[in-house]
Design a protein around this ligand. Sequence first.
Ligand code: HEM
Length: 467
Amino acid sequence: PSYLPIPGPPGLPLLGNINAIDAEVPIKSLGLLADQYGPIYQLNQLGKPTIFVSSHELVDELCDEERFHKALSVSLNEVRNGTHDGLFTANWPGDENWAIAHRVLVPAFGPISIRGMFDDMYDLASQLAMKWARQGPKEPIQVTEDFTRLALDTIALCAMGTRFNSFYHEDMHPFVKAMLGLLSGSFTRSRRPNLLNNLPTRENNQYWTDIAYLRELSRELVDDRKNNPQDKKDLLNALILGRDPQTGQGLTDESIIDNMVTFLIAGHETTSGMLSFLFYYLLKNPHAYQTAQEEVDRVIGRRKITVEDLPKLPYINAVMRETLRLSPTAAAITIGPHPEKNKEDPITIGKGKYVISKDQIIVLLLGKLHRDPEVWGPDAEEFKPERMLDEKFNKLPKNAWKPFGNGMRGCIGRPFAWQEAQLVIAILLQNFTFQMDNPSYDLRIKQTLTIKPKDFHMRATLRHGMD
Ligand code: HEM
């Protein structure tokens, strides 16, 4: 058979296409290249080819876990310096600890356990509401910064049993500083040759100091809980007390720490980015804003929100899904041919059209996938929560909406993030009227490991005295 070449821009001899990518917002360049070269294209970066795909048809094929698996991107491989074979940065097959931790932790993220964390989530959501109430309607709200405080404090309380108290300090908690050091350091390292990463420069030393600090503080918190057991259904207890149903084994101390740091990394930016984009879209779409607020008023009114209220907010649920469709905060995932199960020779993708190597890294561009007109129609660019109400959502083709990743390597924290977000959206709509700080603001993106709106500010006026 004859195979097709994968299209892509011509590159420089040694550097490849490194100049094709905007250093600040790579995902934007990657999307523009998809517009130019189509749903599959290839770039060479420092001698390594990477394939980028964005149509539903291709993604659907690549989500087949009998042929493909999660392969660590270069940046995740660097994050692994801090989290080793913790769930997010594990290689599977390969790292045995992934399967053990997965089996131990799945029940901790089940619906009953997550409901048990409602009170802690409520505590922090009301701290955020208090802060905005105190600030008053004249002060622009730093939306992503405050949602990041919320998400960090919530995951720290539930997974580490500690309070960062971010709403009471301008400065970041030292754990957060160190974690951002690990993330930004990993991003920088992934874009330069190993030789430079191994030199004892100040920057490299700081990177390893940050990692050591993250692990040290985590270890202290684990020891503290072990020495002072608490009868709580939180993630920290699940890490310490959980047993593998298959082997009866618990997690080793190292694995507990790897996963604790992992939850903090995986669980804060994604959630805070989703909340920030969501308020941006509501403010740009007054009809959706009004419908969401009416739902809260009708179902909850002015009384205290309970965990039983959350499933009764279908429109807000649809707003959340539609937000993650247009702005998937984890904007890309990476996969490669399954090292054991994929027996094809040669290995192909695109229904046999293109040949790839057995260690090829393929990036799925989720924001592009979520705008494929074949699935979403000619109004794919528009924010329309109605298309995400259960009746329509449940009829979407398989693998059309992937903000939480794929299959067994998909997001374990999804129910946690969902409950936290539903709760805070409901509390905020119940108590405030929001406006854009600058009515002509249009979405701009800031990219780190995830994406979030850049320079987005709003103002909040209390609707009535807070009860
Ligand atoms: C994995 C998205 C919230 C913990 C993932 C993946 C995505 C994702 C796309 C797959 C990554 C990959 O294939 O490389 C999101 C989004 C969130 C969110 C959009 C919020 C809106 C959370 C929270 C936690 C969490 C709150 C922890 C409490 C994890 C973990 C993994 C993961 C541990 C790795 C799972 C594994 O491979 O076994 N997430 N996530 N996430 N997420 Fe989330």
